[in-house]
Design a protein around this ligand. Structure first.
Ligand SMILES: [Mg+2]
Length: 374
């Protein structure tokens, strides 16, 4: 048994998965989502998979799928070879001794270890995390930076189809006053029928945020995500105190230490927890637990993962008691190709946990070949 769990191969595959429509951020846009799949294989024939992915490029946190592939192949894989897949705490410690930061790359590996370990035991990944707090989670839909009429039409279509009950809009691509006018038009149109949230992706300074955000709250925006730079915890706390609606920390929150600092300063009312940016399932569980202890709910946030990374985030979001503020695990819905043999199940505005061991999914080998980057 013990030899069966030893890692004898680590493989990485880069893919570009086409999207249904271009997805726009303040300064980046993408037609396809690049992803890195990391496969951990054991002597006993187990395979675990984890996904390295960022929202469209290195603008968010400095990593890209290309940097992740290099870090995993050159620096992390040699540490894994010969180790047992269930030796996760020691492996994470040893990887940290060799590779600082690079949490997205580390997350891909850490998830692959959990997937292989759980498959070896014949249990779902959430069993390794302490079992289930829920079996499905609400999914917010992300609307782009297009003009208000375009965005409203898309939102109403999703509402009519019963696919989503709330929407998140990206801000920061336009002048603040124009951007605010656009969002207010959307919020007023959707008032009473759907929740409207905004993500400024750390684009504004303190004064811009204090000047413009109260108008959004007044127009009915129910949550404001990361208005200022991730390092500006004091400004975030000041903005959070000034607003009648919750502020969510995203760029400011990557590690359990960040979570403690944000909770201590009351710099946010909600934690955006991503298994990707936080370095994997274990750190995500710790951050959600810190939030819960501080009375701060967590949100199952996304880096626009394909179904592999989404399944990992879903295992976390369903296992962590503190993830009570829904999710934005819409990545697979944005993609034009379903990468799995059996698609993830979205129904009634929620994403439902699949049955089965490991992450509960099976990759389609034809799709893997089709979208592999040469
Ligand atoms: Mg965000």
């Amino acid at each position: 048994m013990s030899d069966d769990l030893r890692i004898d191969r680590v493989e990485t595959v880069l893919l570009d998965i086409p999207l249904r429509r271009p997805h726009r951020f303040a300064r980046a846009s993408m037609d396809a989502q690049p992803v890195l799949y990391v496969f951990v294989r054991t002597a006993g024939g187990l395979t675990g998979v984890g996904e390295g992915v960022v929202p469209g490029g290195p603008w968010w946190g400095g990593e890209s799928v290309e940097t992740m592939q290099l870090v995993v192949e050159r620096f992390i894989a040699p540490i894994l070879l010969g180790r047992r897949v269930d030796d996760i705490h020691a492996i994470v410690r040893d990887v940290t001794d060799v590779v600082a930061a690079n949490l997205y790359a580390k997350a891909a590996v850490e998830v692959a270890l959990h997937d292989a370990w759980a498959r070896g035991l014949g249990v779902p990944v959430h069993t390794l995390l302490g079992g289930l707090a829920r079996t499905s989670i609400p999914v917010t839909w992300a609307l782009g930076t297009e003009p208000a009429p375009v965005v409203i039409e898309e939102a109403l279509g999703k509402l009519d189809a019963g696919l989503h009950r709330s929407f998140k809009l990206k801000m920061g691509a336009q002048e603040p006053a124009d951007d605010v006018a656009r969002i207010c038009a959307v919020a007023e149109k959707l008032a009473g029928v759907a929740g409207v949230r905004v993500d400024i992706n750390a684009r504004w300074d303190r004064l811009t945020a204090l000047t413009h955000l109260p108008k959004l709250a007044q127009a009915g925006v129910e949550m404001i995500e990361q208005p200022v730079h991730g390092s500006e915890i004091d400004a975030l706390a000041e903005i959070n105190a000034a607003l009648p609606v919750p502020v969510m920390a995203d760029e400011a929150l990557r590690t359990p230490s960040d979570a403690i600092r944000i909770a201590d300063r009351r710099a946010a009312d909600i934690f955006a927890v991503k298994t990707t940016k936080c370095g994997g399932l274990r750190a995500s569980m710790e951050i959600a637990a810190i939030g819960a202890a501080a009375g701060i709910p967590s949100h199952g946030a996304t880096s626009i993962e394909s179904p592999v990374g989404t399944a990992a985030s879903l295992q976390f979001a369903c296992a962590a008691p503190g993830v009570t503020w829904g999710s934005e695990l819409f990545g697979p819905l944005l993609m034009a190709e379903e990468m799995l043999v059996e698609p993830l199940r979205y129904a009634d505005g929620e994403l439902h946990l699949p049955d089965g061991p490991g992450l509960g999914i099976e990759l389609d080998p034809d799709k893997l070949r089709a979208f592999r980057r040469d």
